[in-house]
Design a protein around this ligand. Structure first.
Ligand SMILES: Cc1ncc(COP(=O)(O)O)c(C=O)c1O
Length: 429
C-alpha cells in the first residue's frame, strides 16, 4: 500500500495543467470544468490515496474522487480483474444475452444487502424466516451505469408497485441530476433552469423529521440518504430513520434508501442504514461499488421488485450497457477487496480517530470516513490545501463544509499530515 506524502510543490497548477486547461476551455462546454488561475490540476495516475498530476506533483486525496476510490485508486486486484475481463469480453447484451458475471454480481449484492439484513432480523425472531431466506432470494437487482440512473430505477419501481406517483424527499437531498432524480434533488442551483420540464411529483420536507404532508394518499415513496452527503455530511437524529420506516409502513410507502455515497463501508458499516438497524424496501448503490468503473444498481425487496411485469422480450426499463461485464468484474473484485481488508472496520476505526483529531480544530460531523468539518466558507481553504498537496472538496448548500471522504485504505501517517496542514491553516494566529 502506498503511504506517500505530498511532494514539495513549486507552482500549482503547474505549466502542463494550465496549458491543458486552456485547451479544454475551447472544446468542452463551459458549464462543466471550472477553470481559473488556481484550478484545476490534470490527473495523470493514482495509487491508494495518492494522485500524481501531469506536472509530476504528488497529492493526498481526501475526496476518494467523489467517494468512489474506497478500495484505493487503481487497486491492483481491481485492475487485474479489469485486464483479465477485457481480454475475454468487454460488452455483452445486458437484458437479452447476458454474461455470467451479471448473475454473480446480482447474487453478491443481494447477499450483502437484503440477505444479510433478513437473516439478522430473523435470527432475532427465530429460525423459520432465516431458513426460507437462505433458499429463496429475498431481493432482486436492476443494474444501471450511474447513481442517478439507479435512482430513476428506484422511482420507477415505487410507482409500479404502489401506483401512486408522489415522492417525499428531503431538504438538502442530492440524488443526481437526470430528470427523475433531479425532481427529488433539493438545490435550486441544479433545478431552477429546468423547472418547467420537471415532473414536480416530489414534496421536499425538512431532513431529520418525520414528514408532515397533506394528501398522503398521493404519495407512493420516500427517498432518503441515511447521511446526507453533498448536502453537507448531515447525520440525522438517531430516531429519524426508525421513525421514517414506521411512517412508510403506516402509510404503505416504499422506503428508498440512497446509499450511493454512504454505502460500501464508507461510514464504518457496509451500509449506513445499518447504524440504525433500518431495512429499506429499495436501496440504490453506485460510486465505490466497482473501484472506479461506472456501474450502479437498484436492489429491492422481492415483493416490491416483483411488481415489475415479467419481460415478454422487451424490458420496459433497461439500457445498452446494463450489467456490463467489465463493470461486473470490477465490482466483484472491489467487493472482495472490501471484505479482505475489512474496510467497514477500518473506516470505523480511522474515522473515530480522525474525528477526535479534527475536533481540536473545529466542529466535526459524520460517521466513519464520511466526515465534514464546519469551516464557514470552504472554497478558499480548498484552494490553499491544493497548493499544499491535499485534495478536498467543499460540501453543503453554501460550501460551508469541508468534506473529508478519503480512500478507506488511507494510512494514519497520511491523515496525520493532512490534520497538521489543516491545523496550520485554520488555527487563529
Ligand atoms: C447520495 C447520492 N445519490 C446520487 C448521486 C448521483 O450519482 P451520479 O453522480 O453517479 O449520477 C450522488 C452523487 O454524488 C449522491 O451523492
Amino acid at each position: 500500500m502506498n503511504d506517500l506524502l505530498p511532494s514539495r510543490k513549486t507552482q500549482i497548477p503547474g505549466p502542463k495543467s494550465r496549458a491543458l486547461s486552456r485547451q479544454l476551455r475551447r472544446y468542452e462546454s463551459r458549464n462543466i470544468t471550472f477553470v481559473s488561475g488556481h484550478w484545476p490540476i490534470f490527473w495523470q495516475r493514482a495509487s491508494g490515496a495518492n494522485v500524481w498530476d501531469v506536472d509530476g506533483n504528488r497529492y493526498i486525496d481526501l475526496t476518494a474522487a467523489f467517494g468512489v476510490a474506497s478500495v484505493g485508486h487503481n487497486n491492483a486486484r481491481v485492475v487485474a480483474a479489469l485486464k483479465a475481463q477485457a481480454g475475454k469480453l468487454v460488452h455483452a447484451m445486458g437484458d437479452v444475452h447476458p454474461n455470467e458475471l451479471k448473475l454473480q454480481l446480482a447474487r453478491e449484492l443481494v447477499g450483502l444487502t437484503f440477505r444479510r439484513w433478513c437473516s439478522r432480523a430473523s435470527a432475532k425472531r427465530g429460525s423459520a424466516l432465516h431458513r426460507s431466506a437462505a433458499t429463496t432470494s429475498p431481493a432482486r437487482v436492476i443494474f444501471a451505469n450511474s447513481g442517478a440512473e439507479a435512482v430513476e430505477v428506484a422511482l420507477k419501481t415505487a410507482v409500479i408497485h404502489t401506483k401512486r406517483p408522489g415522492v417525499i424527499a428531503f431538504e438538502g437531498a442530492y440524488h443526481g441530476l437526470t430528470y427523475g432524480a433531479l425532481d427529488t434533488t433539493w438545490r435550486a442551483h441544479f433545478r431552477s433552469p429546468f423547472s418547467e420540464q420537471l415532473g414536480h411529483f416530489t414534496a421536499h420536507v425538512p431532513f431529520g423529521r418525520v414528514p408532515n404532508v397533506a394528501n398522503i394518499g398521493d404519495f407512493g415513496a420516500v427517498i432518503v440518504e441515511p447521511i446526507q452527503g453533498r448536502g453537507g455530511i448531515v447525520v440525522p437524529p438517531d430516531d429519524f430513520l426508525p421513525k421514517l420506516r414506521q411512517f412508510c409502513d403506516d402509510h404503505g410507502l416504499v422506503l428508498i434508501v440512497d446509499e450511493i455515497y454512504s454505502g460500501f463501508c464508507r461510514t464504518g458499516r457496509w451500509f449506513a442504514c445499518e447504524h440504525w438497524g433500518v431495512t429499506p424496501d429499495v436501496v440504490c448503490v453506485g460510486k465505490a461499488m466497482a473501484g472506479g468503473f461506472p456501474i450502479s444498481a437498484c436492489i429491492g425487496r422481492a415483493e416490491v421488485m416483483d411488481s415489475w411485469p415479467e419481460s415478454q422480450g422487451e424490458a420496459i426499463h433497461t439500457s445498452t450497457f446494463l450489467g456490463n461485464p467489465l463493470g461486473c468484474a470490477a465490482a466483484l473484485a472491489s467487493i472482495r477487496e472490501m471484505k479482505r481488508m475489512k474496510l467497514d472496520k477500518r473506516s470505523q476505526e480511522l474515522g473515530k480517530w480522525l474525528a477526535t483529531r479534527l475536533a481540536k480544530i473545529g466542529k466535526v460531523r459524520g460517521k466513519g470516513l464520511m466526515l465534514g468539518l464546519e469551516v464557514g466558507n470552504a472554497v478558499p481553504l480548498v484552494e490553499k490545501l491544493l497548493q499544499g498537496g491535499i485534495l478536498v472538496l467543499p460540501e453543503g448548500d453554501h460550501n460551508e463544509i469541508l468534506g473529508l471522504t478519503p480512500p478507506l485504505v488511507i494510512t494514519k501517517r497520511q491523515l496525520e499530515y493532512c490534520v497538521a496542514e489543516l491545523n496550520e491553516l485554520l488555527s487563529p494566529r
